[in-house]
Design a protein around this ligand. Structure first.
Ligand SMILES: [Zn+2]
Ligand SMILES: [Zn+2]
Length: 150
């Protein structure tokens, strides 16, 4: 059996931002998909407290849930494709009666809507855009890539 390559993209909002949460200060912000996907960026600085952490520690539960949902749907589809053909054979043999229902599949929602309103904030040092909450923008934010405070 060959390996199944599963490509699951993280849910993004309409501007292609992904919502994240800092594990240290529990504050939330959003990073652009391009910044998040750039391979050089293994660690990110939290824009609010400025502490660096690994990218996978920043995922919020809602985003993780959506990724899991996508993975589940993908697996169900794979199962249907591989099992579907064999079910007829199995049923013909008369030993076991099997049927597949695809109605249980959860509806895949592509677009992600964060629970709070974020405003865009440009980081000139690295030429990137982030989204933070109003109050955080006022008090100043760190650049998630280089960690500089502006
Ligand atoms: Zn933080
Ligand atoms: Zn920077």
């Amino acid at each position: 059996m060959g390996n199944i390559l599963m490509e699951i993209s993280v849910p993004l909002d309409k501007d292609c931002f992904i919502e994240m949460e800092c594990d240290f200060c529990k504050n939330r912000f959003m990073l652009h998909k391009d910044v998040y996907e750039k391979e050089d960026n293994i660690n990110f600085f939290c824009p609010i407290c400025g502490l660096p952490n690994k990218i996978n520690t920043f995922f919020v539960p809602e985003v993780l849930k959506k990724v899991q949902q996508k993975a589940m749907n993908y697996m169900l589809e794979e199962l249907e494709q591989t099992l579907g053909k064999n079910i007829k054979k199995i049923n013909k043999s008369g030993f076991i009666k099997m049927s597949m229902k695809s109605s249980k599949k959860e509806v895949e929602k592509e677009l992600y809507t964060p629970t709070v309103d974020y405003i865009k904030c440009t980081k000139v040092c690295c030429n990137i855009e982030i989204k933070v909450m109003d109050i955080d923008k006022e008090t100043g934010t760190y650049c998630p890539v280089c960690g500089r405070m502006e």
